[in-house]
Design a protein around this ligand. Sequence first.
Ligand code: GLU
Length: 429
Amino acid sequence: MLSSSLSQLEKESPAYICPYDQACSYLEEAAKELKLDQSILEVLSHPRKVVTVSIPVKRDNSQVQVLAGHRVQHCDILGPYKGGTRYHPAVTLREVSALAMLMTWKCALLGIPYGGAKGGIAIDPKFYSVGELERITRRYTSELIKDIGPAVDIPAPDMGTSAREMAWMMDTYSVNVGHAVPGVVTGKPISIGGSRGREMATGRGVMFIIREALADKGQSLAGARIAIQGFGNVGSAAALLLHEAGAKVIAVSTGSGGIFCEDGLDIPALKAYVAENRKGVVGFEHTTPISNADLLTLPCDVLIPAALENQITEDNVNQIQAKIVAEAANGPVTLVANQVLESKGVTVLPDILANAGGVVVSYLEWVQGLSYVFWDEERVNKELENLMVQAYRQVMQQSKIRQIPLRLAAYTLGVGRVAQALSDRGLYP
Ligand code: GLU
């Protein structure tokens, strides 16, 4: 099923790393470590439901374009499916399937009662007007109307989407079922039941995990030198919070290039600059330009890849000089590169732990919505901190007890909890 969606181009590219195969190898490694029953591994290797819908959209010039929209529901053993909706040109069914599986382990690792899902449409939102994006989002939602819902599958923002798209999804779903259903999505605007703190949550979670990892090395955030690839929702929030905690963010980048400043960037001023010029970070005062490739190899305490997958590979891993790599993006370090970094004593904080802050506050948003009681931001941030720090400690402990790298430790915890639930629930019929 998935192989049929792999385009000829993808198959022929020598550098192509199939994200679904990569996700399955992580699962297999964890299953081996846990000595899982083969039949459990077999069940967990397959998504439970894969949906692809056609989205006919009338462009502003009146032409109709038909897009493919995906939603993959990997596993709902622990609760409703949960995961973001991605608008990015590189979206494929294989990538969405891999990310849906990652969401299953991420939720289980953080101890939140969800299964994993992911959705996506292969578009570059830059080339669509707001009206077109609204029509695409509404049609995508209505095509999925029977597959989503507050007890079934709860989408959220991901790369290329935000609270705006969630509001359109919530409205489309609600109009179709005949009453307001805020719980059908998370990451929505506060005016319709969104949670305080959700927008910064992934970046805040990254900051908590880095703070803990530095503390374990006897270092604090104050004065730590940090390079960040990516200045979108996650990268920019992490940059701001790290800056506020006294760290020196020495370099950041976007797809159009990066900037470097030995003494640390003025992140609030940089955020204002980016909001105004809308063309990325290059040109910001008192900085030197730096390429995305060179940013990754800067000498620093912490490197945060917060953009795309497969950024640290066999080709550049030997040039990495950071002591800690925190995976704010999904899968930025390849399997082989991860092994090389581990062997050199670099701490790699795995994605399913480091970038879990978003889904944690999604869960807090869902809980607030279900109980009709809304919290202040301080409470949300504190609950987030507790869950992130708890998961970090569990991963560290698991790594120590089993003598395994952090990624494998995180996977054994996530996969182990789902496998336990699967065996307790049993197989129907
Ligand atoms: N897109 C985010 C993630 O991949 C958040 C998902 C959610 O909040 O459901 O973790």
